[in-house]
Design a protein around this ligand. Structure first.
Ligand SMILES: [Fe+2]
Length: 243
């Protein structure tokens, strides 16, 4: 298995990923920005891998997605959760679905809260063991923080969804599972993110302030600490939905 991370040049708070199986020459790209399409195409060529799937963990509100363009250029499937309101040609996944790239297996976890269509990707290297090794948490769980629940509207209801997604889907995973979020400090998709891009579920379970609260306290805390809305959000969402 290989795993590559990249910081988009114009969005230093974001993180995108390419993971896959070098032996079988297959890869999956996750949360690619519009200005990174050429970068990931070139890297895939250098590594001799074909990008089979391009996944967005949700329809983003803070940056233009390069997902549709990368999928078109590489012949990959563009993948979103089935609840996404996106008109770009795409394949839908639901909770429990699995994507494979050679020995790398990605299990989809539907984790609504930051948006209704948010997913996390639970990754196993089947050449080693079936157990999950890490989870790409998109904008659901960050290092030191959680995703903001207000951007789609109905903030309180979405905050309850987020609490349940975190506790029922992510917190049931073993402590050793690493979390690799789609953003770090400086992102407007959450408040109080660490600048460190990687953590473990065990560390976050113990020390992430938002995960120490009961549901009522969680909802209150996230709604009281909302960052400013992303600049140009309406236009960005429209672009990402292909409207
Ligand atoms: Fe987001």
């Amino acid at each position: 298995m290989f795993l590559e991370t990249h910081i988009p040049p114009n969005e230093p708070a974001s993180i995108s990923y390419l993971l896959g199986c070098a032996g079988q020459g297959k890869a999956i790209a996750v949360d690619v920005h519009a200005d990174e399409v050429d970068y990931w195409c070139q890297l895939a060529d250098q590594k001799g891998v074909r990008i089979e799937y391009v996944v967005d963990t949700h329809v983003h509100a803070d940056h233009r997605s390069g997902g549709p363009a990368l999928a078109q250029q590489t012949g990959a499937h563009y993948v979103l959760h089935e609840s996404s309101q996106c008109r770009h040609p795409h394949e839908t996944v639901q909770d429990g679905d699995r994507l494979k790239a050679g020995n790398v297996q990605v299990q989809v976890l539907h984790t609504p809260g930051h948006t209704a269509d948010s997913i996390c990707l639970l990754v196993s290297d089947l050449s080693r063991v079936d157990e999950p090794w890490f989870v790409l948490t998109g904008h659901t769980l960050f290092v030191g923080s959680v995703g903001r629940p207000d951007l789609p509207g109905q903030a309180e209801r979405m905050a309850v969804h987020l609490y349940r997604s975190l506790h029922e889907k992510l917190m049931s995973l073993p402590d050793y599972v690493e979390i690799l979020p789609g953003a770090r400090a400086g992102s407007v998709c959450g408040a109080g993110l660490s600048g460190k891009p990687v953590s473990t579920l065990g560390f976050e379970r113990r020390f992430n302030p938002a995960l120490q609260l009961d549901q009522a306290g969680f909802v209150r805390q996230v709604l009281e600490n909302l960052p400013p809305e992303p600049e140009g959000m309406a236009e960005i969402v429209q672009y990402n939905r292909g409207e």
